[in-house]
Design a protein around this ligand. Structure first.
Ligand code: ZN
Length: 254
């Protein structure tokens, strides 16, 4: 650890957590070094996963096999076919080489379906190239707010999941308000309804947020053929270094 990092770690000592990581499976320390967001903080010193990533992993593990030490163990034990739109994170690293794992990224200018490397393809969530019923679990983390037509994305996710399959996802969310539409996408061109909001992205630098989802999301998902539950971080999740986080699970109805 560099001296500056060590100093920051010391200064914020009361915010760190100790526990077991549901991604790398090890006893670990979860360091809150930067910013105010625990959701995007509490980095595992072993696998570098942040709280949000571990929450997604824990929800997957508990849905498949709560007795498994890690999410990857649960996926392998149950021969789950899992696809994620983040092939760069620690969960993906823990599943790499497992034949039922695949990942995708949206890269403008690359033909959807084209290979981006081992077990990875370019995909547009509004028109996936996968066959019907391809996956048991599909993971999107903070992606759907950047999709121009989420209704099309939900239709496609429903199509590529097996009946009973799960869409496990996170989005910035308002619990007390309807969805805030930031950009009118009803026509061919984007019409900005407010000051554009951009989020950081590892590939494109920054990407436009079309909306912040609100409570009407549940009814929209029901119309799309999903039963959705929200998993709110609880006291016991603190043992996994998870804090201030919600993970949604939409189960595909038959
Ligand atoms: Zn870890």
């Amino acid at each position: 650890m560099r001296a500056a990092t060590a100093w920051t770690a010391l200064r914020r000592a009361r915010e760190h957590a100790v526990g077991r990581c549901p991604i790398c499976g090890r006893r670990s320390v979860f360091l809150q070094l930067y910013g105010d967001s625990y959701r995007e903080g509490l980095a595992c010193v072993r696998c570098r996963s942040v709280s949000r990533k571990r929450h997604v992993a824990l929800v997957i593990r508990d849905a498949l096999d709560p007795s498994a030490p890690t999410a990857a163990d649960a996926v392998r034990r149950t021969s789950t076919l899992l696809h994620t739109t983040d092939g760069r994170d620690a969960l993906s690293a823990s599943l790499r080489g497992y034949p039922g794992f695949s990942s995708s990224d949206y890269e403008p200018g690359v033909e959807p379906g084209a290979s981006l490397g081992p077990q990875a393809t370019c995909q547009d969530l509004e028109r996936l190239t996968f066959a019907d019923g391809s996956f048991d679990v599909l993971v999107t983390e903070d992606v759907l707010e950047h999709v121009r037509r989420p209704d099309a994305a939900f239709r496609e996710i429903h199509r590529v999941l097996r009946p009973g399959g799960r869409h496990v996802f996170t989005v910035p969310f308002f619990y007390d308000r309807p969805t805030l539409t930031r950009v009118d996408t009803s026509g061919a061109e984007d019409v900005h309804l407010m000051e554009p909001e951009y989020h950081g992205d590892p590939i494109r630098g920054r990407i436009l947020a079309y909306r912040t989802f609100g409570v009407d999301l549940f009814a929209d998902l029901e119309r799309s053929g999903f039963a959705t539950t929200a998993h709110v971080a609880q006291r016991r999740d603190a043992a996994y270094g998870i804090h201030d986080s919600v993970v949604f699970v939409s189960r595909r109805l038959p």
